[in-house]
Design a protein around this ligand. Structure first.
Ligand SMILES: C[C@@]1(CC(=O)O)C2=NC(=C\c3[nH]c(c(CCC(=O)O)c3CC(=O)O)Cc3[nH]c(c(CC(=O)O)c3CCC(=O)O)/C=C3\N/C(=C\2)[C@@H](CCC(=O)O)[C@]3(C)CC(=O)O)/[C@H]1CCC(=O)O
Ligand SMILES: NC(=O)c1ccc[n+]([C@@H]2O[C@H](COP(=O)([O-])OP(=O)(O)OC[C@H]3O[C@@H](n4cnc5c(N)ncnc54)[C@H](O)[C@@H]3O)[C@@H](O)[C@H]2O)c1
Length: 230
């Protein structure tokens, strides 16, 4: 049976950007950030960039990674053969028009910082070798997503890559049917959850953070109530 719906209805997927065509519209600061995120995660992503003005920093990344670009305003023909688009321009009305043109052509679109017209959001990404964790707050607080990423980056040991490689070797060497393999893999890895009843550093971090935020919220609310009364 399907479980009750989660509070965050976004469905996470891991996309093979090296097999898809991605259009990035914009050549300023935000486009630079998106470009960096794309390349860190998917160095072989098939990206094309279009922007009225391309900053020197963006130019440098385009050159370094051999990414095709055109220095002119977006035109609908840019969407030909495009699977995904990220729009990072400084004009909300034009962004909405580009998003509408994308929708018409069934191109999935992210408009930086405009959740209402996005088909998908970018997440904060934790990477330890082959392990990748994507974090979403359903758009509520990208800053918290960033902090949790930093926390996980610090707490997940670098040895994770060795663990994954060893597990792959064991997995490839296992005999028996599917159920038997799952049983053996569960048994080998059970040590990882044996400590589940102990309070983890991560949980303590989250408790502390939520208390601090609650206290700050009360202080700010108190300030506004008092200044309205006085
Ligand atoms: C995760 C990350 C991925 C990435 O972009 O690569 C990401 N934003 C990041 C950072 C960040 N963005 C903003 C700040 C300033 C502080 C703050 O506002 O908190 C910071 C923090 C910083 O930069 O330190 C501003 C901001 N962002 C959005 C709005 C509009 C709104 O909320 O209405 C505004 C207000 C703009 C304004 O005020 O003008 C909206 C979105 N930002 C999202 C993703 C999607 C939801 C993700 C989620 O579910 O949490 C969503 C919905 C759509 C999207 O853009 O995809 C990246 C983490 C970087 C990392 O991991 O290091
Ligand atoms: N810079 C930030 O830290 C920041 C933070 C939050 C939100 N934002 C928002 O993100 C958006 C982009 O910010 P930015 O700092 O990258 O702006 P920017 O001014 O540095 O760059 C804007 C880019 O959009 C391009 N552009 C504008 N219209 C275009 C069109 N029709 N076709 C193609 N390219 C076009 C410009 O040529 C330029 O390259 C803005 O809406 C801004 O309010 C920025």
């Amino acid at each position: 049976m399907v479980e009750t719906p989660a509070k965050n209805p976004l469905f996470p997927i891991f996309v093979k950007l090296h097999t898809l065509n991605l259009l990035l519209v914009g050549g300023g600061y935000v486009a630079l950030e998106k470009l960096a995120t794309l390349l860190i995660n998917s160095p072989d992503a098939k990206i094309k960039l279009v922007a009225g003005i391309i900053s020197n920093d963006v130019h440098a990344v385009l050159k370094e990674h051999n990414i095709p670009f055109e220095e002119r305003d977006f035109e609908v023909r840019d969407l030909e053969d495009v699977d995904l688009a990220i729009v990072a321009i400084n004009d909300g009305q034009i962004s909405s028009k580009i998003a509408a043109a994308c929708k018409e052509r069934k191109v999935l679109t992210n408009v930086a910082d405009q959740p209402a017209i996005c088909d998908f959001y970018l997440g904060s990404v934790v990477q330890k070798g082959n392990l990748k964790i994507a974090i979403s707050t359903n758009g509520k607080s990208p800053t918290i997503a960033k902090r949790i990423k930093e926390m996980l980056n610090e707490t997940i040991p670098d040895e994770m890559e060795d663990l994954l490689n060893n597990m792959q070797r064991i997995r490839n060497g296992l005999k028996g049917d599917f159920t038997e393999k799952v049983k053996q893999l569960d048994a080998i890895t059970s040590v990882l959850i044996d400590n589940k009843n102990k309070k983890s550093v991560f949980r303590t971090f989250l408790y502390m953070l939520s208390y601090i935020i609650a206290i700050l919220f009360l202080m700010i609310a108190g300030y506004y109530i008092l200044s309205a009364l006085l």
